[in-house]
Write a protein that binds this ligand. Structure first.
Ligand SMILES: NC(=O)c1ccc[n+]([C@@H]2O[C@H](COP(=O)([O-])OP(=O)(O)OC[C@H]3O[C@@H](n4cnc5c(N)ncnc54)[C@H](OP(=O)(O)O)[C@@H]3O)[C@@H](O)[C@H]2O)c1
Length: 267
């Protein structure tokens, strides 16, 4: 049986709200209270507490002693300073970050010896409970902490336990690739518009095409065979793919992924 948990979120933006919505949806008997604080945007804090019926706090420093879990849902750049300050307040709380690039070793370096830490890398679909989240844990995480982590992760979608290095390498694939897919969608919509199709219609066509294709992919599980089913050798689709290959599509993706990961790692 898990002890009833008090969770403090530092940050009240999109990702914090996804985590809160997930926790509220889980309706777990193991959750005692959710407290939220941010960087001073009172209006945002008010709307979060109104929407999710959670408790607002003006200052995280006043809350630390009474919480079991701290979720950092703020920009990566704000972590260094906050972790260093947090380090004089914590006494065994599980600290979870959702920030790009901030792995357990980064947190352990800045926190007292023995502090349990975890890194969750969700994606934007966390907002509808459909994230593919990567996660990894630090040296001091025990089975009780794992249960808390599972609660947070299940609330926002599906998850995969990784090594810290794997999370760094997969950040582009699961975290940033939704933006790549949206960019791809924009390019299709623009192309349709160039043929004179109304923007609304073009959007509808592309959105349903992606929805149907992703359901097929989920059902079949094999993108190569699905691509081959659509591509008659020497046919129209093959011609389009040839152009993509002539522009080194795979190489371009590889470079985009490397660049994303390097940036997320602060390189
Ligand atoms: N959005 C995504 O798809 C996504 C995916 C994976 C990971 N993430 C990670 O999630 C984290 C938050 O992203 P987001 O999209 O939720 O950003 P966001 O909507 O811009 O919200 C950022 C939040 O952080 C707060 N904040 C900023 N600096 C702070 C500080 N020094 N101390 C306390 N709070 C501070 C802000 O406070 P105010 O409300 O006062 O402005 C705001 O509530 C980032 O680290 C990002 O890498 C996001």
């Amino acid at each position: 049986m898990m002890k009833k948990q008090r969770v403090l979120l530092i940050g009240a933006g999109r990702m914090a709200q996804a985590v809160i919505a997930g926790l509220v949806k889980m309706n777990s008997t193991s959750l005692e209270q959710i407290i939220v604080t941010n960087n001073g945007n009172k209006q945002r804090l008010q709307s979060v507490t109104d929407n999710y019926h959670v408790v607002a706090a003006n200052n995280w420093r006043d809350e630390i002693k009474q919480v079991d879990v701290i979720v950092l849902a703020m920009p990566p750049q704000a972590h260094d300073e906050l972790l260093r300050e947090l380090s004089s307040y914590v006494n065994g709380q599980l600290i979870i970050t959702v920030a790009a690039g901030i792995g357990p070793s980064y947190m352990e370096e800045r926190l007292p010896e023995g502090t349990p830490v975890a890194w969750i890398m969700p994606n934007t679909a966390a907002m509808i409970g459909e994230s593919m989240s990567l996660y990894t844990v630090g040296k001091w995480v025990n089975s009780q902490h794992q249960l808390v982590l599972e609660l947070v992760l299940k609330g926002i979608g599906q998850s995969q336990l990784c090594t810290e290095e794997e999370v760094h390498h997969l950040t582009a694939i699961t975290g940033s690739a939704p933006a790549f897919l949206y960019y791809f969608s924009e390019s299709l919509i623009d192309s349709a518009k160039k043929y004179g199709v109304e923007e609304d219609v073009a959007k509808q066509l592309v959105i349903q095409m992606i929805h149907g294709s992703s359901l097929m992919l989920k059902k079949e599980g094999n993108p190569t065979s699905l691509r081959e089913q659509v591509t008659t050798p020497g046919g129209a689709t093959a011609e389009g793919l040839n152009v993509m290959n002539n522009y080194h599509f795979l190489k371009m993706m590889e470079e985009a992924i490397d660049a994303t990961n390097k940036k997320a790692m602060g390189k």
